[in-house]
Design a protein around this ligand. Sequence first.
Ligand code: HEC
Length: 219
Amino acid sequence: MCGWREWIWCIPATVAVVLVANSGAAQERPYAGIGTPLSAAEIAAIDRDVRFDGDGLPTGSGTVAEGEELYAERCAACHGEFAEGSGRTPALLGGEGTLATDAPARTIGSFWPYAPTVFDYIRRAMPEGHAFSLTSGEIFALTAFLLHINGIVEDDFSASAESLKGVRMPNRDGFVMPPHPTAQGTRCMQNCRKEGPRIAAEAPVTMEGIMTGDREEQP
Ligand code: HEC
């Protein structure tokens, strides 16, 4: 039917056929690449988190002495020769006994509840601007050094997955979950109410309310 006289009709017909064919394909795969399983190597590159209890720590180890040397080379320029901090760069020691005062100094020694988190933080974020430039052994060494200058481990300490799990931080029991004002109660498992949820309180809508933490209680 697409003779030379009818060419003008044939062009739109062809376009329509192409569009229909494409839209079918688009419905099958709306986003290219989504749904493709990652390879083990791709997962390993991003699966780097270390849990507070030490789960996820890599193999390897590092000593306080090694950490001291690395600290001078890679960290002291910002955190100070004695880890005292400077400007907007925080101190990495001190602050014991200040948490309950008007001027709490939150450091690894005074505030952090778990030692493996020190490893996790350095691995993800430090040296600032050059994250991921340290080996696991170097990060273990820096962790050992920082724990030592906070008086938490002896100078012959070697940090590893095993030894960090055994370190008890001074503020280990300083974190408590405050009771939630509206979400207490026992979860209903049978013969539960049929009506929808009741709004007990709403977040403040004014900036002043946000600053004071006021909530608008509902009757
Ligand atoms: C270029 C400057 C710079 C360098 C170099 C640097 N840091 Fe930091 N570090 C910072 C800044 C800034 C922060 C605060 C970051 C924030 O709060 O977002 C910080 C935060 C930290 C913290 C968290 C402290 C806390 O209690 O919140 C640790 C731990 C730390 N750095 C360790 C290291 C170690 C170990 C090295 C060396 C390998 C290092 N830093 C090198 C700038 C630096």
